[in-house]
Design a protein around this ligand. Structure first.
Ligand code: NI
Length: 137
């Protein structure tokens, strides 16, 4: 991919603070940091405008809770067109961590997150929203 060089003008204090931030986060260069910000903004728009996206929904629950495993499995079967993989980890005697990899239209993925989140007894549900990567360099 060819690179484009460009210069920008920003407030000195702002860039000073930004440089401190990227140094703390061990980002190797300002260029990478700016590129990451641009990609994050574009991914946000993919979700905002209902484009084809990808992500992971992370579920945490106690498998002893009544019917919770059956309910979560039923819902995953309902959305099998968008669920591309599921990983189940037995964290300890009671707690299960489930990672549900998803791909599809943003609104559909948000719907899957909502229905999973609404399962009674679920301890936590979190969506890591990313992109299919097709439009990102
Ligand atoms: Ni388990």
């Amino acid at each position: 991919m060819p690179l484009t060089r460009f210069s920008i003008s920003v407030d000195s204090k702002l860039i000073e603070r930004f440089d401190t931030k990227i140094k703390t986060e061990k980002c190797p260069t300002r260029s990478k940091a700016i590129g990451d910000l641009i990609r994050a903004s574009l991914v946000k728009d993919e979700w905002k405008y209902g484009e084809e996206v990808a992500g992971a929904i992370v579920l945490l629950y106690d498998h002893h809770k009544r019917n919770i495993v059956e309910k979560i499995t039923d819902l995953q079967h309902d959305y099998n067109d968008n669920i591309i993989s599921t990983q189940h980890i037995h964290l300890d005697h009671d707690n299960c961590l489930e990672i549900v990899a998803v791909k599809g239209k943003a609104n559909r993925i948000k719907e899957i997150e909502s229905v999973l989140k609404s399962v009674k007894g679920l301890k936590h549900c979190s969506l890591a929203a990313t992109s299919t990567g097709k439009e990102l360099a």
